[in-house]
Design a protein around this ligand. Structure first.
Ligand code: TPP
Ligand code: MG
Length: 588
């Protein structure tokens, strides 16, 4: 590898090391200071670049891609506020354990605190939200410095892929010239021949051997004894990339006899395993009611993944006297009711697989049947509301009409909650993506289009109107990143979720400051960003339009006009009916 100057050499060494470490896609935003990195990625034949004009959207795009693929996805931006625009996605990547690599270009150190243009404090810009921060040295074409650079790049990838995975920040200062213009005598070393012969030629400069925590035999036997009870629950919350293994968790469910309460983002709600596994999907509508109070308490709860989306489930678990095991490979505590009793530091799928080998005897069939029957009742009630236009019904229709396989991205606020309650387990292969780490309504469009970039699946995004507005910029990726998606825009003219809060009874300021109706017409976004647009206001109309959109090529936005209050009323009456049915079942 030769280069006309040290900056070009530096950029090329970074790009080459990342490519050898498995990086395939880099999201780049325009700017001058990052020129050496941008040029190097742009010219690297094993790397695809996505050019994103707005850094906030760029970072969420990379997040969506990394979340869907599990691959470290780097970002490149110039100095100044550009880097600060990554921050929301960095927070989500931290909380959601998504491997991102932030390469922020910077001015050389002597220009800091000098009033120099576009020069801000980028040191540790993202605080403790990153797994590792380092400012790279200024480019020098010397052997040792290049070895340190290549080592750092490998370490950065390793830290992003670690346990837990997450964002890593490298601040990269450059002095001019930034372009690949020749500078006499600037480069005396070649990064590809700086070590022992052959080292890191086609492989990373530093090879990484790693593992995830697992229990020794004794601890495993003790745990096996602990989970040998009549009434247990497997609670699978939102999973970290690359997800929980459905086969291992199904084996565990069979070996214990416990039902699986599967969050819609757990990776266990949908898929072929639901044919044989006792996957419960609708607990959100009945779990925190008189019915379950009348049921015997579980004796044991095994919690996998992050804290469940369903508040009703979290409250139910807080009230049970059960022993509760939080299983987390990073040893983190992800249970905010502080009702759990044990922390098990182990990789969850492997643990479940190992326990399945040593367990004998299944738990109570009657206990399991209660949960399975309750799920069936919810489905029966759902069928009675098949033609009723409400937000949850649209989400249920999306699940039933989705192509197989599909990637389904759900926005925060009501869409993810509706998927939780109304997304019935199906054998279709549906990979779900949501930003439940920090639950922002920002960057959702970009997250979805980033996920689309990382899969050959059909992609559908279900999103509310405020979240859509928040990241309309992100729609530009349809064309610039050459991705397709069907976007179901549930327009209830504001934040429908706020109707559920006590503040809804305080008028003013409820409508003006919380619900925030805007009366915006989103149809012109179709022309602006180049997709087919349709408006629907009935269930039948939605199903037909959505099925057509999924079958057709290209991107589509289907805007559904709904009323937030009446949607809440339908959710409530359906839940009441489910509970009534369960009540009368238990009378029998
Ligand atoms: C970045 C960010 N700002 C504000 C919030 C607070 N918030 C939560 S839900 C919500 C309303 C979302 O409205 P919409 O996307 O239309 O969904 P709906 O409530 O109508 O289902 C807001 C503003 C948030 N979660 N994230
Ligand atoms: Mg809304």
């Amino acid at each position: 590898m030769t280069a006309p100057n040290r900056n070009t050499l530096w950029g090329r060494a970074i790009a080459a090391e990342l490519a050898r470490s498995g990086v395939r896609t880099v999201c780049i935003s325009p700017g001058s200071r990052s020129t050496p990195l941008t040029v190097a990625f742009d010219e690297h034949e094993d790397i695809t670049t996505v050019s994103a004009l707005d850094e906030r959207s760029a970072a969420y795009f990379a997040l969506g891609r990394a979340r869907r693929t599990g691959e470290v996805t780097p970002l490149v931006c110039t100095s100044g506020t550009a880097a600060a625009n990554y921050h929301p996605a960095v927070i989500e990547a931290d909380e959601g354990r998504v491997p991102l690599l932030l390469l922020t270009a910077d001015r050389p150190p002597e220009l800091r605190e000098s009033g120099a243009n576009q020069t801000v404090d980028q040191q540790k810009l993202y605080g403790d939200a990153v797994r590792w921060y380092k400012e790279l040295p200024e480019p020098v074409g010397r052997d040792r410095t290049l070895r340190s650079l290549r080592t750092d790049v490998c370490r950065a990838v390793g830290a992003a892929e670690g346990t837990p995975a997450g964002p890593v920040h490298l601040n990269v200062p450059f002095a001019k010239p930034l372009e690949p213009t020749p500078v006499e005598g600037d480069v005396s070393a070649d990064p590809s021949s700086i070590a022992a012969a052959g080292r890191g030629e086609n492989t990373p400069f530093v090879s990484r051997t790693t593992g995830t925590p697992q229990l020794d035999d004794r601890a495993l036997r003790q745990l096996a004894e602990l989970v040998t009870v009549d009434r247990g629950l497997i609670v699978a919350g939102p999973a970290d990339p690359p997800g929980l293994d459905p086969e291992a968790i199904t084996s565990f469910a069979h070996a214990t006899g416990f039902p699986i309460l599967a969050d819609p983002l757990s990776g266990l709600r949908f898929g072929g395993h639901t044919r044989v596994a006792p996957v419960i999907g609708s607990y959100d509508s009945f779990v925190d009611t008189a019915v379950t109070e009348a049921w015997p308490d579980p004796e044991l709860v095994v919690r996998l993944g992050a804290s469940p989306t369903s508040k009703a489930l979290r409250q139910y678990l807080a009230k049970t006297g059960a022993r509760q095991l939080v299983v987390d490979p990073a040893g983190a505590w992800r249970e905010a009711e502080f009702a759990a009793t044990d922390l098990v530091v182990a990789e969850p799928s492997r643990l479940c697989g190992q326990l399945s080998q040593v367990l004998r005897g299944a738990g109570s069939a009657a206990w399991r049947a209660r949960w399975v029957d309750a799920d069936t009742e919810q489905a029966a009630v759902g069928a009675d509301y098949d033609e009723t236009l409400f937000e949850g019904g649209i989400v249920a229709d999306v699940v039933s009409e989705l192509a197989d396989p599909s990637t389904l991205v759900v926005s925060n606020s009501m869409p993810v909650r509706d998927l939780d309650r109304f997304g019935r387990p199906t054998t279709k292969s549906i990979t779900t993506v949501g930003n439940r780490g920090a639950s922002g309504i920002d960057g959702i469009v970009s997250t979805a289009l980033g996920a689309a970039h990382g899969t050959t699946d059909d992609v559908t995004l279900v999103i509310g109107d405020l979240a859509y507005y928040h990241d309309m910029n992100g729609l530009l990726a349809l064309e610039r990143a050459d991705v397709e998606a069907t976007i179901v825009l549930i327009n209830n003219d504001g934040g429908g979720i706020f109707h559920k809060l006590p503040i809804a009874n305080f008028e003013p300021p409820f409508t003006r400051q919380f619900k925030t109706p805007h009366g915006m017409d989103f149809e012109p976004t179709g022309d602006l960003y180049g997709f087919e647009y349709a408006w629907v206001d009935s269930r039948g109309g939605f199903r037909e339009t959505y099925a057509e959109a999924v079958a057709a090529d290209g991107s589509h936005v289907i805007e559904v006009g709904v009323d937030a209050e009446s949607s809440h009323a339908v959710r409530a009456s359906m839940a009441e009916e489910v509970v009534e049915r369960l009540d009368s079942d238990s009378d029998e």
